[in-house]
Write a protein that binds this ligand. Sequence first.
Ligand SMILES: O=c1nc[nH]c2c1ncn2[C@H]1C[C@H](O)[C@@H](COP(=O)(O)OP(=O)(O)OP(=O)(O)O)O1
Ligand SMILES: [Mg+2]
Length: 198
Amino acid sequence: MMNFQQLVLASHNAGKLKELQAMLGDSVQLRSIGEFSQVEPEETGLSFVENAILKARNAARISGLPALADDSGLAVDFLGGAPGIYSARYADGKGDAANNAKLLEALKDLPPEQRGAQFVCVLALVRHADDPLPILCEGLWHGSILFEASGEHGFGYDPLFWVPERNCSSADLAPADKNLLSHRARAMALLRQRLGLA
Ligand SMILES: O=c1nc[nH]c2c1ncn2[C@H]1C[C@H](O)[C@@H](COP(=O)(O)OP(=O)(O)OP(=O)(O)O)O1
Ligand SMILES: [Mg+2]
């Protein structure tokens, strides 16, 4: 198995970097693609897998390092899985607060039992930009959408995501607890096994 001491993380999201580095531990150093470029690639894929591979290849090309990408999002049952791969762009690029406000509005008056949702995470690791065999790992986290925001931790949709196994929102969870339960944690556990780190 290849030894990845340094990986570039193909993400401009500081929340992801923090969570993924905490999950990986000291044996692998994640360097942000922001050290190399501020230009974000257009996420043109139709699936989490395609977008994760696209971001990983782009980062490997720019940095010359093996690259890890995370493509993730929130799939809401009542919305047929939306916003899904478009989660970051749900409110047309206006950011997390606008995304959360739009989601609350879309589910206004919907009863609790119809508010099911899951977070999805796909991790893609490429050894180099043209790697013909990216390593792919996915994780899901089932929960539901609250009626109002709760909690100060995390990022993105965390304040609206109810975690049934803990009776709180994912933004109420301590970061270390979110990192044991989340979609990203599940995908990373699989990746660690694949890399022989588990
Ligand atoms: O644990 C999470 N807790 C809350 N929200 C989350 C989480 N995981 C993904 N999300 C949301 C944030 C964003 O609306 C979308 C990811 O979009 P996604 O394109 O993968 O990431 P991004 O644009 O923020 O950074 P980048 O593409 O540079 O990695 O799903
Ligand atoms: Mg993105």
